[in-house]
Ligand binder design. Structure first.
Ligand SMILES: [Zn+2]
Length: 370
């Protein structure tokens, strides 16, 4: 669910501001009748005409989506994969369906990047890594991928995890080339803390992945990176940041939060552990080029968001998605973030290629500004 705190703003359920985006993201025809009436009536009679034309075009098979993609060349899409752990453990066809759809829609949807929010696997087990790798490597050479390591991706000893993981035996950073202008990692050969500098319509974006409950040194590395690219808008992806009520994980201010990263590591874990509030204090609040924080991990309904304003007035959109508690380990729902640089908006939608269904509620379909 969406929440706001202090001097913040949220705009749940706001419709896209311009008709081409709306038209582009028209749902499959069998879902059109389920559209909330309020989304349409606010758009004015002119837009009614355009929507009618688009639907009519789709009905006669002329391909409304393809036509609109040509008129909206300045936008691009970030695909966000929430926790896939149960697909790697039990439902490999669902992850395969997600990857196949991304590869198939890459050009038409203008997919510039796929970001995984962590918990790629349910356990640091070769069979699960192999299943995840066999699907996700289907995107090699198709679209850049940035992975984030979740708590389930690490080795577990009893109640605790450590920083050992097999992730680097199965995955490696996307190399420089194509739309990837620069890439790097905090530690050589380890992608748990890594980044991509991505060329995209409207200008480059820096996308940074931080390990689960990042160590102090990982935050310092990210800090130097954000300083180096201080003029470039940036997105941070890290597995645990927001709880499902839209508040940051905060082991001091909210000690009752069940899934705070501090609970997963033994006391005195080498290098320290930072939860969402600590990541905010030490990193996000200090770099005005950070526009988004994306995370998974939290349970309940697995959605949450927070819009936070820094003391200098700049804004960060913090967005949680994790559908693992739903049927079929999440049913294959992924997030589509359609960036429109000219309007500085992102239209977020939630779609399952496996089920061919959209989540249309305000927690799963909304537009934010950046
Ligand atoms: Zn997790």
């Amino acid at each position: 669910m969406a929440k706001s705190i202090g001097r913040t703003e949220t705009r749940p359920g706001a419709p896209p501001a311009k008709w081409p985006v709306l038209c582009y993201w028209l749902p499959p025809l069998h879902d059109i009748e389920a559209q909330p009436v309020r989304n349409w009536t606010t758009l004015g009679s002119g837009v009614w005409f355009v929507v009618t034309v688009c639907v009519a075009a789709a009905l006669v098979g002329t391909g409304c989506n393809a036509a609109v993609a040509k008129t909206d060349e300045a936008s691009f899409t970030l695909v966000v994969l929430p926790d896939t752990q149960y697909y790697a453990r039990q439902y490999p066809d669902i992850l395969a369906a997600q990857v196949d759809w991304i590869a198939r829609e890459r050009n038409r949807a203008g997919i510039a990047l796929v970001a995984h929010e962590g918990d790629i696997v349910d356990a640091d087990d070769p069979a699960q890594w192999q299943r995840a790798a066999s699907s996700l490597h289907g995107l090699d050479g198709v679209v850049p991928v940035l992975l984030s390591a979740g708590n389930h991706d690490y080795r577990r000893e009893g109640r605790h995890i450590d920083r050992e993981t097999s992730i680097n035996q199965y995955f490696w950073p996307t190399p420089v080339g194509g739309t990837v202008e620069d890439t790097g990692t905090f530690e050589p050969g380890r992608l748990e803390n890594s980044y991509l500098l991505l060329s995209a319509p409207g200008g480059p974006w820096l996308v940074v992945s931080l390990e689960f409950g990042p160590r102090d040194a990982a935050l310092a590395w990210a800090e130097a990176l954000l300083d180096r690219y201080s003029g470039v808008p940036a997105i941070l992806v890290t597995h645990a940041y927001l709880d499902a009520d839209g508040s940051r994980y905060d082991h001091v201010g909210h000690p009752g939060q069940l899934w705070n990263p501090h609970r997963y590591f033994a006391a005195g874990a080498p290098g320290g552990v930072n939860d969402g509030q600590e990541i905010w204090d030490k990193l996000v609040s200090r770099h005005d080029n950070l526009r988004f924080v994306l995370c998974g991990h939290a349970l309940d309904d697995g959605t949450g968001r927070l819009t936070s304003r820094r003391p200098d007035g700049t804004v960060v959109q913090e967005i949680l998605a994790n559908f693992q508690t739903a049927a079929l380990g999440g049913g294959g729902y992924l997030r589509l973030m359609r960036f429109s640089p000219a309007r500085r908006t992102v239209a977020v939608q939630t779609y399952s290629p496996y089920l061919d269904r959209w989540k249309r509620d305000p927690d799963n379909e909304f537009t934010v500004r950046y």
